[in-house]
Unconditional design. Structure first.
Length: 357
């Protein structure tokens, strides 16, 4: 028989083994738990540092935006005082040239600026859709009106290339000594419905007596072309040929303002700078994410036009009319302006002047 003492010793050994096992297991579990908690604490500290870094970055970005907005506000105020002042264009005659497809509402804001500038505002010259030298019927009418020897496209364009700039900038020789004073190349085109003229502007708000179509012309004439990419026919048939004809003999007498197509989002912030492009001229090259409209891009793709014609991108923006006024006032200096940030062109012009001095 097994003695009682043997049973007691056996039971004690069993409980001792159980105790040792529980102690060892508890130590292992505690170690795993502690390691897990330490990892969670480390991750929480890392997440906190990352969140603080993002917060600091957001605060810095906000501060930069606020500083940029404050600077832009100051610069707009300075520009408004400088270029919206009455009398900026006193002694100059300004004519708006626009495709009929634009409609009157597109031009009202520009007209308002011009009529407050004391310029001799010559109203709006509308380019009608029928003015298409590429069309045989239109060519025949033009050839008949101007008594041309032939009505080929080359002959008609050659005649217009000579007659239209002459009517604008050499009116004293345009009609010859025998011709009536109230007949010019443009009045002849108006007679056949290819152009039309609003003498006192869209609202009849011209300064002084309305300027009649035959009275437009002379050395002090500035042209403001307002167009968009949708007016492709007028651009191809009249606007760009006339700009090229003018640029052959003179520079710094025209501004082309491009409107974005209807439905496009309003112009946002953009940048522009300029580089010297000749004596008394600056050609502003676009910078930043915004791209030029196709009409402005077409001007700057042509070396002769790029150095002869100032451009205003996204002129439909709320700041467009003031930017157009800047471009007109700065003529004969030629530059490229973006309505969202027009001072960039002026900064570049100032830098160009400083470098040349």
């Amino acid at each position: 028989m097994v003695s009682l003492r043997h049973h007691v010793i056996t039971i004690m050994a069993i409980f001792l083994a159980l105790g040792l096992g529980m102690a060892t297991g508890a130590t292992f579990v505690d170690s795993v738990l502690v390691n897990s908690l330490e990892q969670q604490v480390d991750q929480q500290e890392l997440d906190t540092r990352n969140a603080e870094a993002k917060r600091d970055e957001a605060l810095a970005e906000r501060d930069a935006i606020e500083r940029a907005a404050a600077l832009a506000s100051e610069r707009w105020s300075a520009l408004a005082q400088r270029y919206a002042a009455v009398g900026q264009l006193e002694g100059k005659t300004v004519l708006i040239v626009a495709p009929r497809t634009l409609g009157q509402s597109s031009l009202l804001a520009f007209e308002a600026k011009l009529t407050s500038s004391r310029a001799r505002y010559a109203g709006v010259l509308w380019v009608e859709e029928s003015l298409r030298p590429s069309d045989p019927v239109a060519r025949a009418r033009i050839a008949d009106t101007f008594s041309l020897a032939g009505d080929s496209e080359a002959a008609v364009r050659r005649a217009l290339r000579f007659l239209l700039p002459q009517a604008l900038y050499e009116p004293e020789t345009a009609g010859g000594s025998d011709g009536p004073d109230d007949v010019t190349a443009f009045t002849r085109l108006a007679d056949i419905g290819m152009v039309s003229h609003d003498p006192g502007g869209l609202a009849g708000a011209g300064n002084g007596e309305p300027v009649q179509l035959h009275e437009i012309g002379g050395d002090g004439l500035l042209l403001l072309f307002v167009t968009d990419a949708a007016s492709a026919s007028a651009n191809d048939e009249f606007v760009f040929p006339l700009l090229a004809d003018i640029a052959d003999d003179r520079s710094g007498v025209a501004v082309l303002a491009e409107l974005a197509p209807a439905g496009l989002a309003p112009a946002g912030p953009g940048t522009a700078d300029s580089e010297a492009a000749g004596a008394g001229t600056a050609d502003s090259e676009a910078a930043g994410p915004a791209e030029s409209g196709p009409v402005v891009a077409r001007v700057h793709a042509n070396a002769a036009l790029a150095t002869a014609v100032s451009t205003v991108d996204r002129a439909e923006a709320a700041t467009g009319p003031l930017t157009v006024m800047m471009a007109l006032v700065e003529l004969p200096t030629v530059a490229r302006y973006r309505a969202a940030e027009p001072w960039a062109a002026l900064d570049a012009l100032a830098g160009t002047a400083g470098a040349s001095g």
